[in-house]
Design a protein around this ligand. Structure first.
Ligand SMILES: C[S@@+](CC[C@H](N)C(=O)[O-])C[C@H]1O[C@@H](n2cnc3c(N)ncnc32)[C@H](O)[C@@H]1O
Length: 252
């Protein structure tokens, strides 16, 4: 689980991830790469119109979609600090891949996308949205999809944690330095507070420490289905991994 911003009901801060972006791929890319492939690869391979990556971050789903499909890929990423590593990742690819990918530097509901994809993926993003922003996302996804398009959403936590939970991120060695971190989650007035602490060690001591706090909003599977049904989606059968909800647009 990764980070968003301040807990105001309005638009999430666009400079969120300013700290986390440096550590995001170093500490999480390897494991997440395997995970996004197993969660979405088969759906992406079936895309015939386009793939939409909502909240592309540093681009793991975007890259997997480029490699596993033959269709245009739309990566929507409003935060500059996350878009920067995304662009670097894309710039390292050959022209045969980069001609197929378009990066939209806005929240999806401001990107103006219409009928560009038959598969949309929203991985590790919805939990980070205030409920008002989350509900604003569904009509924009419906608009961006063709009439029978499929949306795959990684579900937020269903409820608030009952106690403080510490999740240690795997340590990674880069040259003479070791990178590490942890995420501590706790309930805080209807939201989940997720504090990320990062450290870099070298020469037997801690060289620097950073932290960034994000807020998550829980929502049950039933609540998510109800919100999506209001926007014309119907739920598809439960998937082998129930952390992802699949819905299909059912427009007349
Ligand atoms: C926790 S990150 C996950 C990034 C990526 N999906 C991953 O799993 O590595 C969530 C991303 O969603 C983006 N985001 C937030 N609100 C959004 C919106 N309304 N439309 C599109 N992206 C949004 C954030 O800027 C952030 O990069």
């Amino acid at each position: 689980m990764n980070p968003p911003s301040a807990g105001s009901p309005g638009r999430e801060r666009r400079d969120a991830y300013a700290i986390s972006a440096e550590f995001y791929d170093v500490l999480q890319a390897e494991r997440d790469e395997v995970r996004v492939r197993s969660l979405y690869r088969d759906d992406v391979r079936r895309a015939r119109v386009g793939v939409l990556d909502v909240g592309a971050g540093t681009g793991r789903v975007t890259l997997m979609s480029l490699l596993e499909s033959r269709v245009p890929v739309h990566a929507v990423e409003p935060a500059r600090s996350m878009r920067t590593p995304l662009m670097t990742r894309l710039a390292s690819l050959g022209a045969e891949l980069t001609t197929r990918v378009t990066v939209h530097p806005h929240p999806l509901d401001e990107a103006g996308l219409q009928g560009v994809a038959d598969v949309a993926v929203c991985h590790n993003t919805v939990a980070c949205l205030h409920p008002t922003s989350r509900r604003a996302l569904w009509p924009a996804v419906a608009e961006a999809l063709v009439p029978t398009g499929v949306l795959l959403v990684q579900l937020p936590p269903a409820r608030l944690p009952s106690h403080r939970i510490t999740h240690v991120l795997p340590v990674r060695t880069v040259g003479r330095h070791e990178y590490g971190g942890r995420m501590v989650t706790s309930a805080d007035e209807g939201r989940i507070r997720a504090r990320f602490d990062y450290w870099v060690r070298g020469d037997g001591r801690v060289l620097r420490r950073h932290d960034e706090t994000f807020w998550l909003w829980p929502a049950s599977r039933a609540q998510m289905i109800a919100e999506l049904e209001e926007e014309g989606f119907i739920a598809l059968p439960e998937r082998p991994d129930p952390s992802v909800l699949a819905v299909r647009l059912a427009r007349p």
